[in-house]
Design a protein around this ligand. Structure first.
Ligand code: GAP
Length: 448
């Protein structure tokens, strides 16, 4: 993972947030190649979640919401992680994670009493990472919602507004609008990509646990108790999506939750086998029953019942959710694509074997030599032409071998070289990233 993190920084994929001020824990910025990769992942996800599904529509809801939303959702009262503090040096630890490190299973979904009991039984084995002491306060649940003062100009003690603890709430708030303004009928889905913020006690593992991140969510509205078949289909669909975009199936596995969060009836995670960290969640697939719409109906006073157009029957729909972190997905795609290979003469190369749809740059175009204006002109013309349809890069810097290595490291599927033969017969060489084989292709065929 250290090698991958170093590549991400060196090649402009991911930077530490506010780096020139020393960096802020749990915040990351996507650099020039990172944002291309992220956008391509979003495009691939949107294609499969909205474009190819007749009964799904998209949404982009405002990040800030009426604070009552977070009361209704249960986040104000129940969205907490267990925290304890070292009595000597005051470092804060996340209790479930520290228990996990010594082989005791615990998670944030356990009750406070359960966690206190487990921590009490095992605290003699947990050492403070700061000072080595084994003397902690009794664990307390710490609420993860991040607050802000949007619209509060008085500095009075008004209820704060909250940044979204999960992106999906905007979908529940607009379920009625979507029904009233489209031809959607149950069963139907709404998809959204949105930011989420959590005051994580110990952000860690690079993009894995951040305080600000993006989630790609779908919410599928169904008739009550008709959850089993669609739930299984959705699970299969999401698994296949990762495989379709290049994740090796042996690095994926299912994990069913034994302790459920407050809203879920059943919950499964797709886990990815991250280098160094091991298997951990990239996407949650949750059977949320009628929890969300019932809560919003109760707190808003608005009737969120669905009326069956055929039978006139009224019911509150159940919801099946898929929720994937885009940072974790990005890290999984990079990790799976990251390959260190021996090439001829004992030389090695690092190559990101990303699916071509996800690769930040699709074609890199090189003139063979920088100081031959006729080659540079021809290569520039080709770059301009291909850029109309694809993300391309022009590079005339350094020798060709170095240029290939650079593109290998950012995962460019094809490098195209304009050489002296090009000037004679209008052909170029096209190099394949994974095999490194080169073929000559007519420019007219390439553009076509
Ligand atoms: N709406 C359901 C929900 O938010 P979740 O399991 O808390 O469920 C869904 O989050 C996904 O969001 C996770 O599978 C993970 O990929 C991502 N995620 C959650 N917390 C995160 C964090 N602190 N940093 C980065 N990604 C996170």
């Amino acid at each position: 993972m250290d090698e991958i993190i170093s590549l991400c920084k060196r090649r402009g994929f991911i930077y530490q947030g506010s780096e020139i001020y020393g960096g802020v824990a749990g915040l990351y910025d996507f650099g020039p190649y990172g944002v291309e990769l992220l956008n391509n992942i979003k495009k691939a996800w949107w294609r499969s979640s909205v474009q190819l599904k007749e009964n799904y529509v998209g949404l982009d809801s405002a990040m800030f919401k009426d604070p009552k939303v977070w009361h209704a959702s249960g986040h104000v009262s129940g969205f907490s992680d267990p925290l304890a503090e070292c009595k000597k040096c005051h470092i804060r630890i996340r209790v479930d994670k520290e228990l996990g490190k010594i082989g005791v299973h615990a998670d944030e979904k356990m009750s406070e009493a359960e966690l206190i009991g487990l921590f009490d039984d095992n605290k003699s084995k947990i050492k403070c990472s700061g000072c080595g002491a084994k003397d902690f306060t009794t664990p307390k649940m710490f609420n993860l919602l991040v607050q802000s003062n949007l619209g509060n100009f008085t500095n009075k003690d008004e209820e704060p507004v909250y940044l979204p603890g999960e992106a999906c709430q905007g979908i529940y708030l607009n379920y009625r609008n979507v029904l009233d303004t489209t031809r959607m009928k149950i069963p139907f889905g709404i998809a959204q990509i949105g930011k989420a913020f959590r005051n994580e006690i110990s952000p860690r593992n690079f993009l894995f646990r951040c305080r600000e991140f993006e989630q790609a969510d779908t919410q599928y509205f169904i008739r009550p108790n008709e959850n089993e078949q669609p739930y299984n289909e959705i699970k299969e669909d999401r698994w296949n999506w990762y495989v379709q975009y290049g994740i090796d199936e042996k690095n994926l596995r299912w994990h069913q939750h034994s302790h459920l969060v407050f809203y879920a009836k059943d919950a499964w995670d797709i886990e990815y086998n991250f280098p160094s960290y091991g298997f951990d969640e990239i996407e949650g697939i949750h059977d949320r029953t009628d929890y969300d719409l019932s809560q919003h109906m109760k707190h808003s006073g608005v009737d969120l019942n669905y009326t069956d157009p055929q039978t006139g029957e009224k019911f509150i729909p159940w919801i099946l959710e898929t929720s994937a972190g885009l940072g974790r997905m990005t890290l999984a795609f990079i990790s799976d694509a990251y390959t260190l290979e021996q090439v001829k003469d004992g030389e090695s190369r690092t190559v990101l074997k990303l699916h071509p749809d996800l690769a930040p740059i699709k074609y890199a175009i090189f003139p063979l030599l920088k100081n031959k204006p006729e080659l540079v002109k021809k290569a520039r013309e080709l770059y301009t032409k291909l850029s109309e349809k694809h993300m391309c890069e022009f590079d005339d810097n350094g020798n060709i071998g170095k240029r290939y290595r650079r593109q290998d490291e950012i995962g460019t599927p094809n490098c195209i070289v304009v050489d002296f033969t090009t000037l004679e017969d209008d052909t170029v060489t096209v190099r394949d990233r994974d095999t490194t084989k080169q073929i000559r292709v007519k420019i007219s065929d390439l553009v076509k």
